[in-house]
Design a binder for this molecule. Structure first.
Ligand code: KMH
Ligand code: ZN
Length: 271
């Protein structure tokens, strides 16, 4: 396996972004499936999946996830990574629902963090509930790190056998309430990870592009998409998630790294 390949994750919709932020935001299962496969064609191999209800509001409804995943799979191959973060204010039992569909991956945030004026709540018993469900349903966690202590908490879960190596992390920098999007913070987090871990970096808003380039240079993997950033450049909205993916695919190639196919991403992550 060629370890130089870069896994690009497309975070298509999230829970907080609206059509007011970007009119091209996909909302229905059909729109999300189309956006997912366009992102895959542009170089993405993982789809970080949130879904919306018929009113366009965030939902963790199992049936909506099931339908959206089926539509994606009918159109293209992609590693599906469901969100267990959902939206702030949702209960853990609500959030865990899509894990029971046995997707290949799901997110696991290993601590609480302020999210703007809200709290993204992940108490220890809630984290353990998510981790146990992922073990039960054979789902690989992507550990979401918004702050440094979340890496330490992941190590404690590892010691207790609640998550199994090799671990995969998403280092999320630039959330208003979490760690700032600086090269120093990225380096600190990477150096704090358990040996043998893989990592992705996701920079929020205007930090998305710079951190993606850093991630590519530093041998990591990258995440882009409307969940994290709706702009192509200052004052100019992105036309699609695929456009954001296409740009990092081009930059990765310029820097000597080819985008991983979904098959290659599975091999790199031990799926
Ligand atoms: N929407 C955020 C509160 C995840 O997908 O696991 C949490 C989030 C993280 O998006
Ligand atoms: Zn998310």
């Amino acid at each position: 396996m060629d370890n130089s390949k870069v896994i690009i994750t497309a975070a298509l919709v999230g829970a907080e972004v609206t059509r007011q932020d970007n009119p091209h935001l996909p909302l229905t299962p059909e729109e999300i499936a189309l956006a997912a496969c366009n992102a895959v064609r542009a170089g993405a191999s993982i789809i970080h999946l949130h879904v919306r209800d018929s009113a366009g509001e965030p939902t963790q409804d199992r049936e909506v996830f099931r339908r959206t995943i089926a539509l994606i799979k009918a159109k293209c191959d992609a590693v599906i990574q469901v969100s267990t973060g959902g939206a702030v204010g949702m209960s853990a039992l609500e959030r865990v629902q899509p894990v029971t569909l046995r997707p290949e991956m799901a997110t696991l945030t290993t601590g609480s963090v302020n999210f703007g004026n809200s709290l993204f709540r992940n108490t220890q018993p809630e984290i353990e509930l998510f981790a146990k469900n992922m073990q039960q349903y054979g789902v690989k966690p992507e550990i979401e790190v918004f702050d440094a202590g979340m890496v330490d908490n992941a190590k404690r879960l590892l010691e207790r056998g609640l998550i199994r190596p090799p671990l995969h992390f998403n280092l999320v920098l630039g959330v208003n309430g979490g760690m700032a999007a600086t090269p120093r913070n990225l380096l600190f987090l990477i150096e704090s990870l358990p040996a043998g871990s893989t990592w992705t970096v996701a920079g929020m808003g205007r930090h998305e592009l710079n951190l993606a380039v850093l991630g590519i240079i530093m041998g990591g993997h990258v995440r882009v998409g409307f969940e994290d950033n709706v702009y192509y450049r200052k004052g100019i909205l992105a036309k699609s998630n695929a456009q954001l993916v296409e740009r990092v695919t081009g930059l990765a190639r310029e820097l000597g790294r080819e985008p991983a196919s979904p098959y290659e991403a599975r091999s790199l992550l031990g799926l």
